[in-house]
Design a protein around this ligand. Structure first.
Ligand code: C2O
Length: 482
């Protein structure tokens, strides 16, 4: 079994064995060392790496990608049950509808890299089974294209599955107002938590049915959604110039239980996944919120600069400077808004609030003891608006953010999830102070409002089990890309 490690690609050339670079094949490390020193074959492989395009109508290339994808899904579904590349077998790596989550990483710092490796091997299987070595998975940019592509809506298609909602236009979690501050977050750990809890979870639960739980990978739309989640990471990291952590424990984490294109067990370290968008595929850039599409890397110098930056990462941790507990151990009914008042006031965060170039962020950290029994709703978080209700619009100046649960509490599940969420309060506090709605000494209060996706709750008696709500401050990371 090949474990791909970033160390295999050490540019010092100290590692002398031959390594397998997916999509490129076996190459000596010496060749990689001189990647841009004259080995035309590898340069070509990298220049011609498959493109993951934005799923949309009106592009012949995307139409061709959808056709390949449809063929790949059909081929995987047609494989015998004993073949580990079989559609259901690959989905079961992630989880199943009855058993909940299996090996997937949720609520951990390996959310991005585990799912990147999962997609990577899935894409290899698609290439192999269709004979299309240049196939790249399309990504569903729900911010730019909030309506599910029609290829997935035809009940006769193998890409179809029953879903509750396929039009995300009204979902705040994928809207620009919610995504912009998240993409402005320069800390790997807080960026990941917000992408996971906000657009990622909300899209799963809003689409619903199979997509709403552990078995979601058996909905063909899952892979388009996760390709977008992966593009969010790639855009933030490569296009916007933010750094991943260089913590060795994180880099060396081996994500396993995958299956490669030949049906063999496969794994990948977190570190190597950070290089995949450079070595194995590239994203056709598109806008997310106010971050525009960017030109592809064109020159050797540009590519080398990005590669060096990705390999290096940066000294980034989830440091908490200040921590103020608001609520501990509470049962919160989804049927009515929940409000908790703190002892903290804006004056306690003066150094953050009273400057445009704050070196820290203020978050509400909201932690639950378990997943709820249903997840047909999302939460809106407001600041100092005790009257907030499910009809308070997200354009209200007290609105701070949104998140949703993904999955439900299944007792037999392999791992028990204690989901926790971060909502950035910095802008909201600044805005309310600027509008004289908050004084320096007004105690801060936080409201949680559950909003059902379909207009009413499946189980209005659902109680959320809160571990705690805290207000925390974390240092802002300075981007290394100039
Ligand atoms: Cu592991 Cu979006 O799921």
């Amino acid at each position: 079994m090949n474990v791909l490690r970033a160390a295999d690609f050490d540019l010092t050339g100290k590692v002398s064995r031959r390594v397998f670079v997916q999509g490129i094949g076996f190459v000596g490390v010496g060749l990689l060392t001189s990647l841009f020193g004259g080995c035309d074959a590898i340069i070509d492989a990298i220049n011609n790496r498959p493109v993951r395009r934005r799923l949309r109508t009106g592009s012949p290339e995307v139409d061709a990608d959808i056709n390949t994808y449809r063929d790949a899904v059909a081929a995987m579904k047609a494989l015998p049950a004993g073949d580990l590349r079989n559609w259901n077998a690959v989905a079961a790596i992630h989880g199943t509808t009855l058993g909940g989550f299996n090996f997937c990483q949720h609520g951990t710092a390996h959310f991005f890299d585990w799912h990147r490796a999962y997609l990577f091997y899935f894409e290899q299987i698609c290439r192999k089974l269709t004979g299309n070595a240049k196939f790249g998975l399309p990504y569903w940019n729900w911010n730019q294209d909030p309506i599910v592509h029609s290829a997935f809506l035809d009940p006769a298609s193998t890409l179809f599955m029953a879903r509750n909602n396929t039009n995300l236009s009204t979902l705040p979690a994928v809207g620009t107002a919610t995504l912009d501050p998240i993409f402005g977050d320069t800390n790997f750990f807080t960026f990941w938590q917000q992408i996971e809890g906000t657009p990622h979870n909300t899209v799963h639960s809003f689409v619903g049915q199979t997509m709403g739980g552990g078995g979601s990978a058996s909905d063909p739309l899952f892979w388009m959604h996760h390709c977008m989640v992966d593009y969010c990471w790639a855009k933030w990291n490569i296009e916007l110039g933010n750094d991943n952590t260089n913590d060795m424990t994180w880099i060396e984490q081996v994500n396993s239980h995958f299956v490669d294109e030949n049906g063999n067990a496969a794994s990948a370290t977190a570190g190597i996944t950070t290089l995949m968008p450079l070595l194995s595929y590239r994203y056709e850039s598109s806008a997310i919120g106010s971050s525009p599409a960017e030109a592809a890397l064109m020159t050797k110098a540009e590519y080398q600069k990005v590669e060096a930056r990705l390999r290096a990462g940066a000294k980034i941790a989830f440091d908490i400077k200040q921590r103020i507990v608001i609520t501990e151990k509470a049962a919160v009914s989804i049927a009515r808004p929940f409000s908790a008042t703190t002892k903290a006031a804006p004056q306690d965060f003066a150094r953050i609030i009273n400057t445009d170039t704050a070196q820290e962020h203020i978050f509400a950290s909201i932690a639950f003891a378990q997943l709820p029994p249903t997840s047909d709703f999302y939460l809106r978080v407001f600041l100092n608006l005790p009257s907030a209700s499910s009809t308070t619009p997200t354009t209200d100046p007290h609105y701070a953010g949104t998140f949703a649960f993904f999955g439900t509490d299944i007792p037999s599940a392999q791992h028990k999830l204690e989901p926790s969420f971060l909502v950035n309060l910095t802008n909201t506090i600044q805005r309310l102070k600027g509008a004289q709605e908050l004084r320096d000494d007004t105690p801060l209060s936080v409201q949680l409002v559950a909003v059902p996706f379909s207009g009413k709750f499946e189980r209005p008696d659902t109680e959320l089990v809160l571990n705690q709500i805290e207000i925390i401050t974390t240092p802002v990371i300075i981007r290394s890309k100039q």
